[in-house]
Ligand binder design. Structure first.
Ligand SMILES: [Fe+2]
Ligand SMILES: [Fe+2]
Length: 292
């Protein structure tokens, strides 16, 4: 069985479009058995997601998607849980895609499972010395200092902040665009509880020989880029959590894991699992081929 895997198509962003269209033409010319889009296919607007999924209309294999954080960004009146549970699955179904988070499948003895994953700030670099409150607010000290609404945060922690901290001017846009009543830690547990139950079902299912998992956020800290400028070190807090990897490793049938999100390609082996970060950027889109 041949599975094609890509991620971070970001079809709502103009500079992503031509490379997505080229990739989609290439995918449609293959006779692969399945295609998986591992998150951040588009943003809050519905039409770019529809348009992007429509590019794969001529692909003859099974089509799967997992949402990314950008897919859960909200239009006015929406909330992110509603997007995760209802809106994205409905748009996907209309285009012939199945959301793996909600419907794991078995093809030729291989279980395909998926999750948006999430983050709990545990990948933050403690050595950077930024107080946890900034990560929770999804704003770096430099950005907070420029935005009047965070003056209280700056005042509270001023004595712990240095010039290096104020030079980091980053907002993690989930803070503005996500809308949900759970904390990030609660949402991570929410999606992992589901993933755990699905993996247990595969583990006890004799039809499932092995499992390939597709998770938008990074399941293992070995994939977190290191040695990059401070703004990326700050953003590492939002890349994922080892709790995702722990959940996957608890199922001995998991042999392959694919993720995206960091826009930074990487491969590693964790125990018996081959792990691939697709590494698409806004401009260049990567396609991985998995033969099982
Ligand atoms: Fe992305
Ligand atoms: Fe993402």
């Amino acid at each position: 069985m041949r599975i094609l895997v890509t991620a971070d198509l970001h079809y709502d962003i103009r500079r992503s479009r031509s490379s997505v269209e080229t990739l989609a033409e290439r995918v449609c010319r293959t006779d692969a058995d399945a295609l998986v889009l591992v998150g951040d296919t588009a943003g809050a607007e519905h039409q770019p997601l529809r348009d992007c999924l429509g590019l794969f209309a001529d692909f003859t294999g099974r089509k799967f998607i997992v949402p990314g954080n950008h897919c859960l960004w909200c239009l006015p009146g929406e909330n992110s849980i509603q997007r995760y549970e209802q809106i994205i699955p409905a748009i996907a179904a209309n285009a012939g895609f199945t959301v793996l988070d909600h419907e794991p499948v078995i093809i030729d003895g291989v279980g395909l499972i998926g999750s948006v994953g999430w983050y709990d700030y545990s990948y933050r670099d403690e050595a950077l010395g930024i107080p946890p409150a900034f990560y929770r607010a999804k704003v770096s000290p430099g950005a907070a200092a420029r935005l009047g609404e965070y003056s209280g945060l700056i005042e509270e922690f001023r004595e712990q902040l240095s010039g290096r901290h104020f030079d980091i001017t980053v907002r993690w846009m989930d803070g503005l665009r996500m809308r949900m009543e759970m904390s990030d830690e609660e949402f991570l547990d929410y999606v992992l509880d589901r993933l755990h139950m699905q993996l247990e079902a595969f583990d006890s299912d004799e039809r499932v020989r092995q499992v390939a998992a597709f998770v938008h956020h990074l399941p293992f800290r070995q994939l977190v880029p290191t040695g990059r400028p401070d703004k990326f070190t700050f953003a590492a807090a939002y890349l994922g959590s080892d709790k995702i990897g722990d959940t996957l490793r608890a199922c001995p049938k998991v042999t392959h894991v694919f993720c995206g999100h960091s826009h930074w390609p990487g491969k590693c082996r964790i125990g018996k699992i081959d792990v691939v970060n697709i590494g698409s950027t806004y401009i260049h889109k990567n396609l991985e081929v998995l033969d099982l």
